[in-house]
Design a protein around this ligand. Sequence first.
Ligand code: KDG
Length: 310
Amino acid sequence: AGTVVTFGEALVSVRSAGPLAIGSPLTMHAAGAELNVAVGLARLGHAASWGGVLGDDELGEFLLRSLAAERVDASRVRRDVLPTGVMFLEARTPDVSRVFYHRKGSAGAQLTPHDVDRLLDRDLAWLHLTGITPALSERARAAVLHAAETCRRRSVPFSVDVNFRSKLWSAPEAAEVLPRLIEGAEVVIGSPEELVLVAPEGKTVEAAAAELLSRGVGEVVAKLGAAGARAYTAQGVFTAPAFPVRAVDTVGAGDAFTAGYLSARLDGEDADGRLRRGNLLGAFAVGQLGDWEGLPRRDELGLLDLGQGE
Ligand code: KDG
């Protein structure tokens, strides 16, 4: 049936139990939006592959080990002399966390169009991209635009999670590049603000979705956090509520939603089923520390069944 491929920058996320400035205890996790999606898909039994450039260092070894343990194919990863990127996630208060990137000049930003060609040279079922990659460097931007172009040329379906990162680039810069990236995408996912950012004419999320659909995007999915999610499709607009859960760590919930949505899409589920599985994975993700650690295997999908589960 082919492989679901994704690529981008994987990071080591170092999470603190309290303020960093006082030396709070730290734990090490594998992270990066695309890695999170790949793990979510692999846990549900999809053949998933992650690609990118990792440092030839201990942190790169840790990320490869994590991918292998989660049965994500990483056979086309390239190693580089530059260091693997790190992200500190500081629990400043129980409700407020802060992100500090140590990723400038990292191996992950060295991705090239040639790396992409190597990665996509296979039986591709689907390609998943994010709006983080074009913000990393000129060559990473060229690489991700080349990947989308390759999909359009080969008629391979692809998805884009907008994932705007204000610490990496400005909204005007993103608004210049991202509309080109999402052209012809089968699925575009984002928060309402992110969807407005990628639709030059759209002032509201509804207008943005209508514009993207009219320009050939297959479906537009708005992540609404605790309010669930909404899909704008040629068949109409569908909304599904979030699962009521206690949140321990919300970072990674959006990527989990994306993995669930894509998983259901690959399984041929309808819009309601896709939204439901997206919300379900989001709920699993927020229940545990780490971006993806709490995600379910396929036989665990019913665990959170509270009357609306699968
Ligand atoms: O969604 C979580 C990701 O954002 C996190 O793992 C780090 O990919 C990341 C980024 O670049 O911010």
